[in-house]
Design a protein around this ligand. Structure first.
Ligand code: URA
Length: 243
């Protein structure tokens, strides 16, 4: 959440904006490269209000952002983890610039699943997005091995036993051919989509997440690439919480 009047240290404010490590930022400030409201400040601990003070670095105005939100079009073959000894992770494929932020994924996609993955350092929002109580819809496109059967629609609407757990009501839609569907769920149990179709006697051959709440994957974003969410998209994702 962005709030007015949030006083913080100058080095933290600059660091949050991705302009270097804490150490690099401190050196930058000590070198006299940073001004606050027109006066050079060489103390990293100097207190600023990021929303009302004008901070310039070598004369260029700093655009402050408290958190960073990335949209990734996850490619198949990488795992949703921060690091792993054997597998390539979504963080390994991030451009170096974004590796300096303390980002976490909002939810998990399987290694072979593609599509929308939000990465952010806004932990509170991740928590809310993933909470089943908040009813954030997650929409997937799936290609099934066998054609959809009529009974799937009512069964999915009622909830499916995926092995000791009955899923919350979900929505199934035909997406193209008789094997292509959209499935919208509100939870994120382990392998949930795959397990739901398995419980129906079918199998998912291809899976891609296309939306999370009101945020849709930018289909122009190539697999494996990221971009920052626009202000409008952050509002779509977080709703009223983001002002
Ligand atoms: N459900 C699955 O089975 N896999 C995913 O990656 C996401 C949802």
């Amino acid at each position: 959440m962005l709030k007015m009047g949030e006083i913080q240290r100058l080095d933290k404010m600059i660091g949050n904006s991705g302009l270097g490590t804490r150490k690099e930022v401190k050196e930058l400030i000590k070198r006299g490269a940073v001004s606050v409201n027109g006066a050079i400040v060489d103390q990293p601990e100097f207190k600023v209000d990021p929303y009302s003070d004008t901070v310039k670095i070598n004369g260029s105005k700093l655009k402050y952002r408290k958190f960073i939100y990335l949209m990734m079009n996850k490619q198949a073959g990488v795992i949703t983890a921060t690091e792993d000894k054997r597998e390539k992770t979504v963080f390994d494929v991030l451009p170096d610039f974004y590796k300096r932020f303390d980002l976490s994924p909002a939810g998990r996609l399987d290694k072979d699943t593609e599509g929308l993955l939000v990465l952010t350092n806004d932990g509170e929002s991740i928590h809310e997005l993933l909470s089943p109580k908040k009813h954030v819809d997650k929409k997937y496109f799936a290609i099934l091995e066998k054609p959809v059967e009529k009974e799937y629609f009512s069964k999915i609407k009622q909830g499916i036993d995926i092995g000791g757990y009955v899923t919350m009501p979900a929505v199934l839609e035909i997406a193209g051919t008789e094997c292509e569907v959209f499935l919208t769920i509100r939870e994120g149990k382990f392998h949930q989509v795959k397990r739901m179709f398995e419980a129906l006697g079918n199998k998912v051959a291809y899976l891609k997440r296309i939306s999370m709440g009101n945020l849709y994957l930018d289909e122009k974003l190539p697999p494996g690439e990221v971009r920052e969410l626009t202000e409008k998209e952050i509002k779509l994702l977080l709703g009223e919480k983001y002002e």
